[in-house]
Design a protein around this ligand. Sequence first.
Ligand code: KG4
Ligand code: ZN
Length: 334
Amino acid sequence: MKDVYVLGIETSCDETSCSIVKNGIEEINTVILSQIDIHMLYGGVVPEIASRNHVKDIVFVINKCLKDSNMSIDDIDAIAVTYGPGLVGSLLVGLEAAKTVAYIYDKPLVPVHHIRGHIYANSIGKGMTFPVLALIISGGHTELLYMKDHFDYEVLGSTLDDAVGECYDKVARVIGIPYTGGPMMDKLAHEGKDNYSLPIPMDDDSFNFSFSGLKSAVINLAHNIEQRGEKLVKEDLACSFQNVVVTSLTSKTIRAMEKYNIDNLILAGGVAANKGIREKFDTLSKEKGFNFSYPNIKYCTDNATMIAAAGYYLYKNGNTSDLSLNVESSAKFV
Ligand code: KG4
Ligand code: ZN
């Protein structure tokens, strides 16, 4: 069977990225330019600045990706691009670049939902196994997705308010940890003790999550400590916070696996990089005997490798688009 090479483009937030992936599994080359240092000065992503930087970098990133792979555009079978969700100005830069390349070189254009990309980060180096439960934990999503096959899935539960990554970032800001707070909170959590008492959110029989109450509880706790003139131990608060997040995510996920008789679990999204969450699921998978895997840490946060990987399966399934394709900043996955 002929090998299929997909060139992926991702610009939904503050990373400008291009990647070439073979047969949805093998990464040939990836280029990522992160704008994190620029946005850090503002304490979060500034959409206007993000799109301007994508415009500045996108041609360089695509050219470099091809050049460093020793490939030409003639070797590419399809162009996959994130069409949403994300920042509208940022998405537009990637999409217009992809459409231009597809038009000039007469290549099929494959629209990829950003969350599908995060899920297919699991395909890189190993492929996908079904049925599988995907726990999607990112800056914008918290979902339990039961995937019977590539294109046959149902949402078992999702967050009713904040996404887990959003909660990490907001809590981090309150306790004085700079953007992006998630990775630093994870690091501090491993240095602290579980000394603060925080409520387990949405401790019920559903598969839904809620993180805004936890966020408020941390903010109130931090303010109370400050008012009493006491010292907040950031490491301990990060540890207590992370333990509650891990308990909430693991208890509902395990219950869903048991209820639906699913033997395979994958993590997807930026928060899948979290050491505490990975460690707990690793332990549980050994105890309970299910298969657990997660993407290599470099594929957890935004990158075009995952978009090219997801694009391969969409392309094989005939999910291509004409040049009228537009961005959808709030695109729903299911
Ligand atoms: O998947 P992603 O790029 O966001 C969306 O597509 O929505 O992930 C970014 C999120 C941020 O909220 C960031 O703080 C969080 O992932 N994150 C982490 C860790 N690494 C990244 N959260 C907790 N622990 C980490 N190690
Ligand atoms: Zn993302």
